[in-house]
Design a protein around this ligand. Structure first.
Ligand code: NAD
Length: 265
């Protein structure tokens, strides 16, 4: 399977190129960077310190979609929306890990999903997706006498908050309670907030250092507290999961899938 990586000069982009090169049954179709980016024109292998591959980073994503069976996109929301249109036009499988997408951006992914298989996940690690399934189940069993708080910490470069994974965990908890997350969420607290409303799902965001991604879901009631925690120590887990998703999506009917679909959770 020929897999292309858009944003291949980014922190995740580099991990993704390595994951494709190391995966059985996969070949690198090419890589892109945004026009004017430092990596454009450089050999992708040299960019990664692996030795020349004879494949140069290009800034014209459409040409990559023309030759790839699947494209993996961990870039930025505006770029992802454009890539979704290219994928739909060219019939290319699209795997999206970009976070911070607005409702309109997500609608563009849904529209692409009418024509091609799209796998969109705020977190491609297998462990986090297990945590999502456990979070939903625990919320359903414990009920709304247990206050749900989601705490996340990421490295100092992260630009969106709460993390896409934290919001995904919030959605899983809300699904367990059969409510819509945006009716019950509290994404940040400051000043005189008043007492905590029953049924609220709260978020707390920490940023610092090189933390790859820590998430804890707490269920707190009078007399006890349950905590479910996942800690990622290498970004390679996200890249491996995204390649697994690309292999899974090949030949599937058009649709917008999640990592939980890929793992059968
Ligand atoms: P980064 O800034 O290091 O990399 C993003 C790259 O995309 C940059 O190199 C940038 O130049 C490139 N880019 C931007 N616009 C482009 C365009 N139009 N065409 C081609 N390339 C373009 O960021 P990062 O830490 O690698 O994270 C990227 C995204 O992935 C973020 O949204 C992050 O939250 C998300 N992420 C998701 C997961 C997951 O499992 N879903 C895991 C880690 C990070």
């Amino acid at each position: 399977m020929k897999i292309g990586i858009v944003g291949c000069g980014g922190r995740m982009g580099r991990m993704l190129v390595n994951a494709v090169l190391d995966a059985e049954g996969c070949a690198l179709a090419g890589g892109t960077e945004r026009p004017g980016g430092d990596a454009v024109g450089r050999d992708i292998g040299e960019l990664l310190g692996r030795g020349a591959l004879g494949v140069q980073v290009v800034d014209d994503a459409r040409t990559l979609f023309d030759v790839a069976d699947a494209v993996i996109d961990f870039t930025a929301p505006a770029a992802t929306v454009q890539h979704a249109a290219f994928a739909a036009e060219t019939g290319t499988v699209l795997i999206v890990g970009t976070t911070g997408l607005s409702k309109e951006d997500e609608a563009a992914l849904r529209a692409a999903g009418d024509r091609i298989p799209v796998v969109y996940a705020p977190n491609f690690s297998v462990g986090v997706n297990l945590l999502m399934a456990l979070t939903e189940r625990a919320a359903a069993i414990l009920g709304d006498d247990y206050d749900i708080e989601i705490v996340e910490m990421h490295h100092r470069h992260k630009v969106d908050a709460p993390s896409g994974t934290a919001l995904g965990l919030g959605r899983a908890a809300a699904a367990g309670r059969q409510v819509a997350l945006d009716h019950v969420w509290c994404k940040a607290r400051d000043g005189h907030t008043g007492a905590r409303p029953k049924g609220e799902i709260g978020f707390a965001t920490l940023r610092g250092g090189d933390v790859v991604g820590d998430h804890t879901v707490m269920y707190a009631t009078e007399g006890e507290r349950v905590e479910l925690t996942h800690k990622a120590s290498s970004r390679a887990v996200f890249a491996k999961g995204a390649v697994r998703a690309a292999l899974w999506a090949k030949g599937r009917p058009a649709g917008l899938y999640s990592m939980r679909d890929v793992l059968g959770l």
